[in-house]
Design a protein around this ligand. Structure first.
Ligand SMILES: *Cc1c(COP(=O)(O)O)cnc(C)c1O
Length: 238
């Protein structure tokens, strides 16, 4: 390994330790929170190095960039699980349906229907989360909390999708308790949908990033999406 391999493995292990410590602090079982490594803007080679340390789930925001990496890493040493965590326009649903294992950002029936119709018949159903605008920022994507139950009921009927849970991207706030307060709203909504619809595979609450993963875990996150703390700062070229 060269120096940068060591840096990536050290950072991955540090994030795993943060997750474990947060589980202990919240009285949750170790292993009840999954780590999604967010590799947007980083190379297929960086992903390969993190995968060599045992990480299997990777998240991408920009669909074409994600598909390029998925294609580059196909047939490699490890089978990876790819999560689309960026906005999905209608003209990109086919790429998502044909390349990803998960889509976290479904917020309209039209997009869900297209993903369902375009999911290849010989693939496992696509895992889907509904994105919720939990803190009400008006420039943001995601469903209003009051619209979640109705869409969840429709998406659950689509045979080529499996509705796995909810996903949120709250605006950054300072301080543990204020962060917990926002994440707790998502947790309450998640619990409500789970009870009302009674779907056995509705088990995923995708929330928490580098800056707030402890608070998200405290509030009940089951999947944290971490980029910066693993791969370092991002440089956007567009
Ligand atoms: C970039 C991104 C992340 C990771 O954010 P970091 O702060 O770098 O950990 C998580 N979720 C989504 C939707 C993102 O776009």
């Amino acid at each position: 390994m060269n120096t940068s391999d060591h840096v990536l493995s050290d950072k991955l292990h540090a994030v795993q330790a943060r997750i474990e410590a947060a589980c202990v602090a919240s009285g949750r079982p170790a292993g009840s929170v999954q780590l999604l490594a967010v590799s947007k803007t980083f190379s297929a080679d960086d992903v390969r190095q993190v995968a060599a340390c045992g990480q299997r789930d990777f998240g991408e925001n920009y669909i074409q960039e994600g598909v390029d990496k998925i294609t580059a890493l196909k047939g490699g040493a490890h089978v990876l699980v790819w999560h689309c965590i960026g906005p999905i326009q209608s003209n990109k649903t086919k790429l998502v349906a044909e390349h990803f294992n998960w889509a976290h950002t479904v917020d309209r029936l039209k997009i869900a229907q297209r993903l369902n119709d375009q999911r290849p018949a010989h693939f496992a159903p696509l895992n889907v989360c509904l994105q919720v605008n939990i803190d009400g920022g008006d420039t943001k994507s995601g469903l209003a909390p009051g619209d979640v139950l109705a869409l969840a009921a429709e998406v659950a009927k689509l045979p080529r999708l499996v509705l796995r849970g909810l996903m949120t991207i709250p605006d950054p706030v300072e301080g543990f308790q204020p962060q917990v307060a926002v994440h707790a709203k998502a947790r309450a909504l998640f619990d409500e949908v789970k009870v009302v619809l009674d779907l056995p595979q509705f088990d995923t609450l995708s929330m928490g990033m580098t800056g707030d993963l402890e608070a998200a875990i405290h509030a009940g996150s089951t999947m944290v999406r971490v980029g910066t703390a693993i791969f370092g700062g991002r440089q956007y070229t567009v």
